[in-house]
Ligand binder design. Structure first.
Ligand code: ZN
Length: 116
């Protein structure tokens, strides 16, 4: 379960940004994750439940945006979207394709509350 270490680094980044902004509480954490990243949403949510109570993001909502994998064919240059298991070129059936999107994992945005 590499989701635990991922969530640990997400939370420390979130805490740092919230602290720098002078925020009191984090209310929403928006994550963008590629479908090829092998990250499992349930595992991320579980890691969050375990780790977040120690942080200012303890009551935050986790929002996920999933990125559909996209590849470019090295043989014919065609660019196409696909699922996690099929990445041969639909135009020429070549398997020499290169992933251009779908492995990302980053914090898209956070929403915070400031002290009164
Ligand atoms: Zn092709």
């Amino acid at each position: 379960m590499h989701e635990f270490s991922l969530m640990q680094s997400v939370l420390s980044t979130v805490e740092e940004s919230a602290h720098q902004a002078g925020a009191e509480r984090v209310t929403v954490i928006r994550l963008t994750i590629g479908e090829m990243s092998e990250v499992i949403q349930d595992a991320m949510e579980f890691a969050f439940e375990v780790l977040a109570p120690e942080t200012s993001a303890r009551d935050a909502e986790l929002a996920f945006t999933w990125v559909t994998p996209r590849s470019r064919c090295r043989a014919c240059g065609h660019e196409f979207t696909h699922d996690r298991y099929h990445w041969s070129c639909p135009a020429c059936e070549s398997l020499a394709t290169e992933l251009v999107a779908g492995k990302e994992l980053y914090i898209d945005a956070i929403e915070v509350e400031f002290p009164d």
